[in-house]
Design a binder for this molecule. Structure first.
Ligand code: NAD
Length: 439
């Protein structure tokens, strides 16, 4: 850490700043919303403003121009690529790359900060980063995506590497895109599978990476049920989003005896109060591309799905879906944040007041980055773990992180989100102190 980290005077931010914000999402950018939870933890930990401002703001940001000549050899598109390094005190920067038309600096910055807290909370030796390109991958051909990805990789080449910054897939990117990134990086650096995670298994990807985030969500949901006095066997679960995270969470929770009563995707939702047959639903999705029109289920829209009466609600699609306008109607005992930032700060405060147990994203969906760490470890050791070992280590890591949060929440009489942020911020600030002036 640089600068005067020894506070010459206690510069605590005024308490009023930490009340639930008056605004819901209007006026609160994604980075401001992410900083809101950090600020609460920083205040409880009595960090000086100098230290807090270093931890709140990103270390490095890069923005690159990405002109693309389309396959017709005539049309030019011009995209912008971003990579943000938030904090690297605990290890190489780590975080996904998203391809989405609305990807922008502020959102990437917010997600980079969440990665710093997530990697610290599950105690893996990484910092936090995120990247993105403001393109719609579904409108590009495979050749165009390949050229765009290679161009982006060349332009961020100086700031990535197996011991510097390790990208991974996120919304709109996948294992194939990681394969192109690895190959492009390797052209100058030599074979370097550890430069990205979430690769195809044939190129050094880890067994179990696909299912890891959903599996982690299921492990955490089981523990949260114990705390909330909900019996998981037979519990009614509603899941928004049936992509990678939502579908695997549904599968594992169904295997544990829970009843998945409603799920949705971008095309709509389905409800069956007796419990959906998840294996059959997965086949239906593989055949049709969507959960809608699943035999024996009732149609439901995404708004109504979120307010369906249930024991456990798992938003696993988008950010900011639970906000002031629908929070009062949420009828769940436990909300597990499988998506990143699905609850606005204002809605979060309201759920907390109502006694709903909210498991925060930096804990609930940390299974993906944890398995990415296993992949990186396997790459640098040039060794492959069995699926059983990956699952065992993943479960152990998630259980330990949940226990840490449970203990901190009880000790400080705070909710799980604040406890999780306090643990993470404390770990990152300690690493920063040790690197600079010592304890
Ligand atoms: P995905 O693209 O595989 O699935 C997303 C799902 O959400 C799809 O079913 C899609 O149809 C649905 N969806 C999209 N728009 C919707 C809308 N308007 N209403 C309802 N559903 C909609 O993505 P994913 O990898 O499952 O990621 C889901 C969330 O989890 C994202 O917030 C992501 O950042 C977060 N996350 C993912 C991972 C991971 O390892 N995949 C790790 C941590 C966090």
């Amino acid at each position: 850490m640089t600068g005067n980290t020894q506070p010459s005077q206690p510069i605590l931010r005024p308490r009023e700043a930490f009340k639930a914000p008056e605004t819901d999402i209007a006026g609160l950018t994604p980075f401001a919303a992410a900083s809101y939870f950090f600020d609460q933890a920083a205040e409880r930990l009595e960090l000086s403003e100098a230290v807090a401002s270093v931890l709140r703001t990103p270390y490095r940001e890069i923005r690159v121009q990405l002109p693309l000549l389309r396959d017709d050899n005539n049309t030019f598109l011009n995209f912008t690529g971003y990579r943000v390094h938030h904090n690297g005190a605990r290890g190489p920067y780590k975080g996904g790359i998203r391809y989405h038309p609305e990807a922008n600096e502020d959102e990437v910055r917010a997600l980079a900060a969440l990665m710093s807290w997530k990697t610290a909370l599950v105690d893996i030796p990484f910092g936090g980063a995120k990247g993105g390109i403001n393109c719609d991958p579904f409108q590009l051909t495979s050749g165009e995506l390949r050229r765009l990805t290679r161009d982006f990789t060349r332009k961020i080449r100086p700031i990535i590497g197996p011991y510097r910054d390790i990208p991974a897939p996120d919304v709109g990117t996948n294992a194939q895109i990681m394969a192109w990134m690895m190959d492009e990086y390797g052209r100058s650096a030599g074979h370097s599978p550890g430069v990205v995670t979430g690769k195809p298994v044939d190129l050094g990807g880890s067994l179990g990476r696909n299912e890891a985030t959903g599996r982690g969500v299921s492990v955490i949901t089981k523990l949260a049920c114990e705390d909330a006095g909900v019996r998981l066997k037979g519990a009614r679960i509603v899941i928004q989003g049936f992509g990678n995270v939502g579908s695997f969470a549904a599968k594992f929770l169904h295997d544990m005896g829970a009843k998945i009563i409603a799920v949705s995707d971008v095309r709509g939702g389905i409800l069956d109060s007796t419990g959906l047959d998840i294996a059959a639903l997965q086949e239906h999705v593989a055949d049709t591309g969507s959960v809608v029109e699943f035999i024996g289920s009732q149609e439901i829209n995404n708004e109504d799905l979120l307010i369906t009466s249930c024991d456990i609600l798992i938003p696993a699609a988008l950010g900011e879906v639970i906000r002031a306008h629908n929070v009062e109607a949420i009828d769940a005992k436990v909300v597990v944040e499988a998506a990143n930032h699905p609850i606005t700060p204002k809605a979060d405060a309201i759920l907390s007041e109502r006694g709903v147990l909210v498991v925060p994203d930096i804990l609930a969906n940390a299974g993906g980055v944890t398995c990415s760490y296993f992949e990186w470890t396997q790459n640098i050791q040039q060794f492959r773990w069995s699926l059983e070992r990956v699952r065992e280590e993943l479960d152990r890591t998630m259980i330990k992180a949940y226990e840490d949060v449970r203990v901190m929440a009880a000790k400080e009489s705070v909710n799980q989100r604040l406890a999780a942020f306090m643990i993470a911020v404390e770990r990152v600030s300690r690493a920063s102190r040790l690197r600079s002036y010592g304890e």
